[in-house]
Design a protein around this ligand. Sequence first.
Ligand code: NAP
Length: 465
Amino acid sequence: MPIATVNPATGETIRTYEALGPGEIQRRLALAETAFAHHRTTDFGVRSRLLNRAADRLEQDRDAIARTMTTEMGKPITAARAEASKCAKAMRWYAEHAEELLADEHPADADVKDSGALSASVRYRPLGVVLAVMPWNFPLWQVVRFAAPALMAGNVGLLKHASNVPQTALYLEELFRSASFPEGCFQTLLVGSGEVEGILRDRRVAAATLTGSEPAGRSVAAIAGDEVKKTVLELGGSDPFVVMPSADLDRAAGTAVTARVQNNGQSCIAAKRFIVHAAVYDAFCERFTAGMRELTVGDPMDESTDVGPLATEQGRTDVEELVDDAVRRGAGVRCGGRRPPQLDRGWYYEPTVLTEVTPAMRIHHEEAFGPVATVYKAADVDDAVSIANDSPFGLSSNVWTRDPGEVRRFSRDIEAGGVFFNGMTASHPALPFGGVRRSGYGRELSGHGIREFCNVTTLWHGPES
Ligand code: NAP
């Protein structure tokens, strides 16, 4: 894949970039190693000041970087601005909380004594140079949610961003540099995915985090496994959105629309499979389909646009193939199912609702990375849980109910990294984020996220004589 900014709203190539050569990659690895030797010794107060400065700068740059993101991957400009603001907030959150999240731990006196020690404690130390392989869909947020905790913990970062968001990738390096993080603390490597193996195998790289597709995750995890290096994987999702009879149906249907089409339908935590109790199935389908039809599809730079183009031409082809396969095998199309006829340029696809979906269809098992919803009818709670879990993924989930018994049941039985009741899944710096099954492993955000790239060190002091 060439490293280039190609506007998905027009298909026009705006700018192409040369990939870094082997010599430059080596120079940057050396720089990262040197930066880590210093950064690991700095205290939380220093790191916190730098990260808050980066947040200030990001807020100043918000409108400009939002335009860059929208130009590179097509998200609506309003969502791009919100993403930049959210990143600044997460930076401030880690700047404020990292010290307490990584404070030394002290086991109970009886246990310390039982271990034969006079004293013992646990300390979180940084691992070193962490390679981040990142996707284009939230080009700032995916990186910041790794970089903010990693830098606060004393690690340094190397970013291999998706090849279609080079300007955002370069901005991120500049952002941390302008905040006075020492040279080498955060570097963007403009390289293709073929270079990842060599970088990850380099002895100076301690660990890797990858957010992206399952094939990319599998490849990076295999290399890291071979090198015995720690990884965190945030992969795909096909989150269920369950609606039970006690739900507030208008709110559920309205939220369902937003949860499906956020980011032009290209979010790992977008609700993708709508599982509706038979008693409210018809009423929900009517409201949900009406909401999907009413969306404004068009130029993502326009303030009133709800759904812009898909980020790449291939991405749209993938979505079209999933829908065509489902329709060929008998799915019903309540709305959409085609390119918008009024938009003759760019990689647009109409918000689509499919019903009568069966396990024989690819879309039942695969992630639809575009504005396409599948709706299932569930006979009862057992059936809803069973359909929700009938997916290779397990990232997050949404359940709409006012019945406490059902809340207990879904909390216990949905196999996913999150269950959001009467709302849609959204990430927050204080809440752990990540999945199970093919959605990956490890967690980002919260205390769990910052500790992923720490060496949990036992300090044990025996009697001196
Ligand atoms: P992708 O094709 O896997 O790309 C992600 C990153 O991995 C890019 O930087 C890409 O580089 C690189 N890459 C691709 N193949 C690789 C390989 N074999 N070895 C090493 N690096 C490789 O995914 P995407 O299309 O950008 O993103 C969409 C996917 O990401 C969806 O499945 C979505 O659900 C998932 N996602 C998950 C989360 C989460 O938190 N769980 C969040 C967002 C997105 P190039 O661009 O150079 O190919």
